[in-house]
Each structure stands twice: as C-alpha cells, then as structure tokens.
Design a protein around this ligand. Sequence first.
Ligand code: DGI
Ligand code: FE
Ligand code: FE
Length: 401
Amino acid sequence: MKIGIMGGTFDPIHNGHLYIAKEATEEYSLDKVLFIPTGASYMKQGYSDSSDRLAMTELAISGEKRFEVSDIEIKRAGNTYTADTIRELKELYPKDKLYFIIGTDTLFMLEKWRNPEYIFANVIILVASREDERQDSQKKKAKEYKEKFDAKIKFMSAKEYPVSSTKLRAAFKIPDETYQIKADCPKAVTEYAKEHHLYDADPMTEEEIIELLKDDLKPKRLIHSFGVRDTAEKLAGIHGYDVQKARIAALLHDCAKYVAFDEKKELCAKFGYPVTEFEENNPELLHAKAGAALAQLKYGIKDPEIIDAIYYHTTGKPGMNPLTLIIFISDYIEPGRNHSPKLDDFRALAEQDLKKCAACILEETLLYLDSRPGNKIKAVDPTTKQSYEAYKIYLESENEE
Ligand code: DGI
Ligand code: FE
Ligand code: FE
C-alpha cells in the first residue's frame, strides 16, 4: 500500500488540507491518507484542546473513504517529533510505502527537525508548493536534501491553497463574517467550532490581523502599514496614548485601499457613511471611510476611536482626538515616505507637538494639491480644507523657527 501522511495542528482543519490530500491521492495513487493531529505538549499555548482538534479532523474527512484520522501523536507523551511518528507508522505498516505530504514552509524547516536523516530515509516527501517567488529556492532546497540526505522529494502539480488556520481562527471571531473566509472550512467543522466556541472568545490578535491583511494589501502597502504602525507606536508612547490601540489602527488604516470603488460604496452604505460628490469624483479618497467599515466587518473592530482614526486618516478633521491625530500624522511621516523635503522636520515636530505637526502636514497637502497640474478646480477635499482651517492656528505657536 501507498500511505500518505498529513500532519498538522488542524486548528481548525480546512479545505486547503483536504484539497492537498486529495490531489496527492490522485497524482500518486495513494491508497490511504492518515491525518495526524499534533500532540499538545511542545506547542505554544493558545491552541485548542487535542480532543477538539481530533473531533474536527474526523468530521472533515468523513465521507472520504481513503482518509483516516490517527491519534498517535496526540496519545504520545512528551514532545511530538515526526521522526517518532514515522517510526511508529513503520511498525504499524511494515510493508507499505510512506508519503509525507508537506507545504513550502515545512520543506524549509525539515532539516532543523529532530532526526532529519531518519525522516528522509524512510518517507517520500510530496511538496505542495506555494505559488510565489520562492519556486527556485524550493528546488534548490530539494537538491540540497537529495545530496546531503539522499532524500526523495517530489513536487506535486497541485499548489498550496491560499487559506490558513490563522486566517480562519480570525474569521471565527466575527459573528456574521461576510467575507466568506469560513467558506474555506468544511461545514461540519464550522458548526463544531461555533458550537464549542473554540475561537470566538478573544478579540483578534495582531498576528491574525496581519494574516488577513496579506490578502487585502499588496506587499508594498503592507510595508507602508508596518511603517505607520511603528511610527504610531512611538508617538503613542511619547504622548501618553494607548500603544496597542495605536498599533491596531495603524495596521488597518489602509485596509480598503484595493477594494473596488463599487464595493467601497457598498461598505460605506452598510454603515450609513455618506459618499460625497467630491469622493465620487476622487475615488481614491473613499478608501478611508470604506476602511472604517471593513475594519468592523472583516476585522471585528469595535472601538470607536480606532474606527474614527481610520475614517479620517486621509483628510483629517477639525478637533481630532489623539489617536486620529497620531494615525493622520504617522501615515504622512512613516520611514518609508520620502515625498517631501520637510519630512524630517515633521518627524521631529511630531514628537514635540501633534497639533502643530498636523497643521504643517495639512498646509503642505493643500499646497501640493493646489499645485497639481490639470487639477485646479475642486482639487482639495472640503474636509481637508476644514481641517486646515481648524489647525492653522497652531502654525504660529512657538517651538518652530
Ligand atoms: O493611503 P495613503 O497613500 O497611505 O495616504 P492617504 O490616505 O493620505 O491618501 C493619499 C492620497 O489621497 C493621495 O493620492 C492624495 C490624496 N489626497 C489626500 N487629501 C486629499 C487628496 N486628494 C484630493 N483630491 N483631495 C484631498 O484633500
Ligand atoms: Fe490611506
Ligand atoms: Fe496610508
């Protein structure tokens, strides 16, 4: 018999796991695939109980004749090592050929696991690689393992499916998640997780937010958002504002940047956010309000200050609260920006005086927008204008020039 091995925390198991197992079964004519949830002992805390992970795995594979669940890792005392699992499986299936089904990340980690030479000597590795720029380095890694360990590594034609358990856990925290992330989870598993409240107890962690953001933002925009996060964190620290809230608002401020205009309008409509004529004519501005909506719908944000900071991050508004000021400023001065020769002055000023810094930024924005060629009439959003009118009094206050 040819037996596939799928290991994982399966917290929760999702359609990506099932898809890869099915594809491996087809492509390599496997007779059986064993799903082996990892034991709890070596893992970081915060994972669901092994009994729940086992139950979900069983629910997910029911109906697939060639799939089986094995509790050998869960039952084993002490740390879970794949080499031990393979040793046990060889005793259980002495005459059979073992295929270890893994993804890209595991391929790179394998040699750091305990007893890699034993693993490579006793299983054929099937890699479902991610469709990304690491194709070459994966092939290189495989070649290296072949030379060093005489490893047998095959790349499956099926590619890894862009869903992760982290993403799903995040999705479960939003009661009426409308972004269909849960569609990536088998129905019976979704029901089990909901019924047992496995994931809905705590607010989304930063790690989970970032995992979801990777779908919403292009890599460059994600780096910008990290820059805003670091800047906002620093300013919050200096000015005595809640650092954690500043980090979250900053990470999410551009979350709707790449949402299509019609969808942005729909997002705003859900919360009764007005779409002004100016925004109709300058669609790029709407990512701020749409982002405030998306932060609530997809990221489960409830804090009104965070929502306000995202809503006004592009235009500012008169009388900004500290968080809104911090995000407005951080967006403009984060380390990745280099659009203005005055940025270093603004960076220093932000540590001294947030209101004055906002005034300077608004002043520069108005100058920039007014001088943009071919865009003289209606170049400036009325809210940006109002913000400037409200903040310009701070331009005169001491400590500059
Ligand atoms: O989303 P980011 O690029 O990080 O920064 P942002 O949210 O400040 O958006 C910047 C864009 O918005 C940039 O293209 C300039 C534009 N913008 C900002 N204020 C106004 C504006 N565009 C118009 N037309 N009017 C404004 O008042
Ligand atoms: Fe923005
Ligand atoms: Fe931004």
